[in-house]
Design a binder for this molecule. Structure first.
Ligand SMILES: CC(C)(COP(=O)(O)OP(=O)(O)OC[C@H]1O[C@@H](n2cnc3c(N)ncnc32)[C@H](O)[C@@H]1OP(=O)(O)O)[C@@H](O)C(=O)NCCC(=O)NCCS
Length: 369
């Protein structure tokens, strides 16, 4: 039973999209170190790399930027649908429903154009819903702004500071793609049935919503808010660990050393001009948690994961906590769609087996005795 538990170590696909080396703490997108891409490339350029297999030249980048801009309008029927959802629907549920409604009949196999279509519309859905919740008129996208800058603009109504755009863009690039994680696997399974891209993305969003996957960053902020000050950290963490609670933002199925994305994001926060006491608190809690995890869970090799510092970046660029998982989905949509295209290109139905460990009919049970 333990061997099948969580499919740990099971290879489910061959991919050219990313290499996640959990022992060395390395993340590579199509031959490029993800941290390097996050430092030097735009969201659109890295999306192009994942979808097309190579980095774009300036003309190709411009075309993709324009393709995103041209698709930024939510159809009225989707706006009406979003408005019909109860106010207590969390943003991931809104995203899942709206994305599903954006689907139009598309022939198999899915195309790269479809990938750009959904990726361009995710920020529109989030920002539209958020404006409605705040009782203000949703803004129209600004055609002069890039994908990431426009997302911040739609949320705040102000042209964002360059420093905020770069920090958020680095986060979004670093979380765009990550091998056979739960949501990507869900997307590939749905695609393998020759279903459409919207259905595969809807399944991925459902998986992403769970606290063990994409729901962790808001848990990190809750934890840091409850701890409040560095002096309280050790006692608070010990209490949680003694009660066998999980610390959000620590541990990873694949990384058994530092998550390279967490380090890259930490460096970005450290360089931000407006970092505050929060950064000091986050650094102290990280150090204490890693030390205590080794004490309470010796040998499990639990380190900081991407969600820990993601939470701090998202807070620094003033994205509300309720939008963290949806914002993560905004970037991962690129990875999901790249996997959907890759699966479709060389498709075979994904259909594993289960081992029956239940009761047998009485006659059969006798027959085996
Ligand atoms: C990410 C995660 C789900 C990976 O889980 P996994 O590979 O299934 O690991 P397991 O659940 O088998 O955990 C192995 C051991 O480490 C412990 N552990 C794992 N993550 C832990 C955490 N964050 N805090 C405390 N203990 C943790 C488990 O309790 C288990 O202990 P045991 O051996 O005494 O039973 C897990 O580390 C976790 O829940 N982290 C917190 C949520 C989070 O940050 N998610 C974002 C991931 S990017």
């Amino acid at each position: 039973m333990a061997q099948t538990n969580g499919l740990e170590g099971v290879v489910a696909a061959e991919t050219e999209l990313s290499l996640v080396d959990g022992e060395k703490g390395e993340l590579v997108y199509r031959g490029y170190v993800a941290q390097d891409l996050a430092k030097s490339r735009s969201f659109e350029e890295v999306a192009y790399l994942l979808w097309y297999g190579r980095l774009p030249d300036p003309a190709e980048t411009a075309r993709l930027v324009d393709a995103f801009k041209a698709r930024r309008q939510l159809p009225d029927r989707v706006r009406t649908l979003i408005d019909s959802l109860p106010a207590d629907h969390d943003m991931m549920s809104v995203l899942r429903t709206a994305l599903s409604a954006l689907a139009s009949p598309r022939p198999w196999p899915p195309a790269r154009d479809d990938a750009a279509h959904y990726a361009a519309l995710i920020p529109e859905i989030i920002a539209f819903r958020q404006a409605r919740l705040q009782g203000r008129e949703p803004l129209r996208s600004d055609p002069t702004l890039s994908h990431v800058a426009n997302y911040l603009y739609l949320l705040t109504g102000q042209k964002p500071a360059d420093e905020h755009v770069r920090a958020l863009e680095a986060y979004l690039i670093l979380t765009m793609e990550h091998g056979m994680n739960a949501s990507t696997f869900a997307a590939r399974v749905v695609t393998s049935t020759q279903s459409d891209m919207a259905s595969a993305l809807t399944a991925a969003l459902g998986a992403m919503k769970g606290p063990l996957h994409g729901g962790a960053p808001s848990g990190v902020i809750d934890m840091l808010e409850q701890i409040g000050s560095p002096e309280s950290a050790e006692a608070w963490l010990r209490k949680k660990l003694s009660a066998d609670h999980r610390l959000m933002g620590f541990g990873h199925r694949v990384y058994k050393t530092n998550d390279p994305r967490a380090r890259a994001l930490r460096d970005i926060v450290a360089q931000m001009a407006d970092k505050d006491a929060w950064f000091h608190l986050a650094t102290h809690v990280e150090e204490t948690a890693v030390r205590l995890l080794e004490e309470y869970k010796p040998g499990r090799r639990l380190y900081t994961n991407v969600e820990y510092w993601a939470a701090t970046i998202l807070r620094a660029v003033e994205i509300p906590k309720s939008l963290y998982t949806a914002t993560f989905s905004l970037s991962r949509t690129v990875g999901w769609t790249a996997h959907i295209l890759e699966q479709a290109e060389n498709n075979r139905l994904i259909r594993p087996q289960s081992v029956y460990v239940g009761a047998l009919p009485q006659g059969a049970a006798k027959a085996t005795e």
